[in-house]
Write a protein of this length. Sequence first.
Length: 378
Amino acid sequence: MRNTRLALNLTSVALYFLSIWLIASVLARYSRDLGIGLAEVSVIWSSISLVTLVLRPFTGYLADRWSSNAAMSIGAAFSCASSLIYLVARDFNTLLLGRVIQGLGNSFFIAPSAVAVASSSVYIGMALGMRSMLVSLGGVIGPPLAGILVDYVGYAPVFILSTALGMVIVVINLGLKGERSDRADVSWRHAINWTVAATMLLASLGGAVLMTLLGLVQVHYRDLGYEASVFGYLSMFFAVSGLVSRYLAGRLAEEVGPLKVIAVGYLISSVSMVMFSRMYLPPWSFLAVVVYGFGLGLTVPTQQLIAISSVPPGAKNRAMSFYAMGADVGRFLGPLALGYVASIRGYVASYQLMILLPLAALPVLSFMYLRAERGHLW
């Protein structure tokens, strides 16, 4: 039963993130094709993170009260609604509404899905590594598929496919929601501690780089006249390298310690941003994103493992929601700030500033290492 539940939870994750990648790889380009300016596109692109930031404590609490799978089914339903809104959108306001609804869906689905997967296996690190691999797998399949569909058919099939995926996820999780994996008799103070707070800060730095890169480069390539499939293949190369490192992350964390794995991941990410700022055009940009994907893949599942392991069972959804809020802050502020820089100083100036964000994680990791040495981390 546990293996079946794990398989169904992982299937839900795979389908949901495939849907996310389908939308993410074309939405900024779609906005520009509708005649929306670069600054306004940055608002649309980053607004999803503001929505999830505000809602995550509430959705995490509900997931602990009900079940992770109940929250995931609600999130998938909102994802369907957002895709349908994108399908009919023709202006800034409608696209923004769709992004808000998608943010609502993400707040219900993403953090609870990590808890659902972790609770379905006795090997938590391995299970979270598998989940992260499936997140990357969505990036391998989704962007090139979406790019080809846009180039040869149009945007509508992308949004219709995303809607269909959401419907399948709803059905899967409605069948699982009756089993509760957590108890709700744990207070909020158990869900936030120094470890969770530190991983929130790390997630904000990583989220700023990822969301800015996905949004700015997509628009940059569109403005340079590249077809949508070019960015799709770029995203695929990024995701393929992440598949490898996300698989290795859990095993490396057990062998050398999670903090060392995270530190190496952020150093690799910073090097990749140096590369990208100098070689942002195809085909050399493909090499830079391969390096970046590998670095990012080392950080994400390892940070999630630390956050989940630092709290009792009845607070895990809320702890993961707090962790994800850190990523939301970065994903909201990063594209806004660097999108503004790009609008007045050019895209390359933004790429150069992105070098600093992964380096800023190193002092945080030093703080966490000192606490771990004193036995105060988790």
